[in-house]
Structures are given as C-alpha cells and as structure tokens.
Design a protein around this ligand. Sequence first.
Ligand SMILES: Nc1ncnc2c1ncn2[C@@H]1O[C@H](COP(=O)(O)OP(=O)(O)O)[C@@H](O)[C@H]1O
Ligand SMILES: [Mg+2]
Length: 241
Amino acid sequence: MSLIELNNVSKFYGRDESRTVALESIQMKVEVGDFISIMGPSGSGKSTLLNILGCMDVPSVGEYLLKGRSLKGVDHKELSHIRNKVISFVFQHFALLKNYSVYENVELPLLNRKLSTKEKREKIFTQLEKLGINKLYKKHPTQLSGGQQQRVAIARALVSDAEIILADEPTGALDQKTGRELLELLSSINENERKTIIVVTHDDKVAQYTRRIISINDGRIAADVANTENPQDVFKNTSNL
Ligand SMILES: Nc1ncnc2c1ncn2[C@@H]1O[C@H](COP(=O)(O)OP(=O)(O)O)[C@@H](O)[C@H]1O
Ligand SMILES: [Mg+2]
C-alpha cells in the first residue's frame, strides 16, 4: 500500500470559457520515505498539485488515497484533522507569525494537543536544537536571517511528528549557500528520520538533491524518474544554486 495515491486526478478553476485546467489526469504514487521534487515551468500546476497532496485543496475529478483510505466525501473538519496530524508545510516565504517568538511559532502545531507545558517544551527544544537555533528561541522572525527563519519553519513542520513534509519553493527566498544548507538539512531529515518529503521547485539544482524527480507540464506528468545523481558532484564545479 502506498502512502499517497492519486488516481486520475484533475483540477479545474472557473467555469465555461474562463475555465482553467490546472491539473489533468494525474496518476501518482508516493511511498513512505520518498524524497521527491516536482518540477515544471511557472503555471504548470506545481502548487496546485502540492496543495492537493497536502489536503489543502480537493481534486475536481479523481481520487486521493491516504494510506489506502479514500478521502472522497471527507468533510472539512476531518480533512483539517488529518492534515494537522499527518502533513506539514514549509513555504517559500516561511509563513512565520511576526508577533510571535521563535518558540511560539514552533509551538503552534501543538496548541490543540493534550500535552503538558513541560512535554511541549521538550518537543520544541528537541527540534530547535536539531536545527541549531535553540539560542534564538526568544527572538522574533524579523530579528532573524532568511536561513534562520526557514529553519524555524522546518522546526515547526517537524514538531508535530507529521510523516509527510511538503515544501513549495523552500529555497526561493534564500541565497545560494543558505539554500544548499537547507537542502542538505532536508536530505538528512529524509534519511535519518524516514520522513517523506516532497519539494516543489523550478530549479534543477534543487531537484538534484532529491531522489525522484517528477516533471509536470501543462498540468500533466511529463516524466517521473529516479535520480541517482549525487548532489555533491553537481556542485563540485559550480557555485550556483
Ligand atoms: N485559485 C485559482 N484560480 C484560478 N486559476 C488558478 C488558481 N490557482 C492556480 N490557477 C491556475 O492554474 C494553473 C496552475 O497554477 P499553479 O499550480 O499555481 O502553477 P505553478 O505552481 O506551477 O506556477 C495556472 O494556469 C494558474 O493560473
Ligand atoms: Mg507555484
């Protein structure tokens, strides 16, 4: 049984003449521990696909199976419950709350969990330490660099113990070196913690860090290939990301 299975999924926006086909007949399986990049030009449907994979949006046509269970007809409340438990998002612009400290931002996914303050604190500091940002716990996002902010966003994604991490252009707002460090971090989280990670990117160098590259074009899957390239080799003779 696959972790996620999309059967013949299409997504339309608008009606009649103004109808846009954002995704068409997507057939796709995601296995536990996959590290996937979704590539394609702007407007090809990458974000739409990621939002559907993340249960932020529902297909117009077709079926979504999560661990073998169809999500057809599941109401909003239950969908958001599933999302909070199983799936975490990391966004290009980090999506941190400005008026909250680092600690409070990472705490957000735990707010409606039945945990004591001490248990929460332990979970939060475990993640902050893992990402090397524990000393920044009192700071606010505007006091941090882009790379530090993205680490806070990843700590927040990990603190809920979600099995699936979805990232939409996570390095898009970072400089090259910081972007590379972030991808190495995601690689190690994938390898060491068996998290399933799906990254949307339009950048081939970002995709080279992942182990499976799905290319989409005009809402259709154009290619789905295993990536055997070692990112270390890709970067040997280049400083670009
Ligand atoms: N909420 C929406 N309403 C109408 N059209 C949309 C909406 N979201 C995306 N689209 C359209 O769907 C297509 C795919 O968009 P998107 O998934 O954002 O592509 P990408 O992330 O690859 O740039 C585009 O033509 C876009 O204009
Ligand atoms: Mg997009």
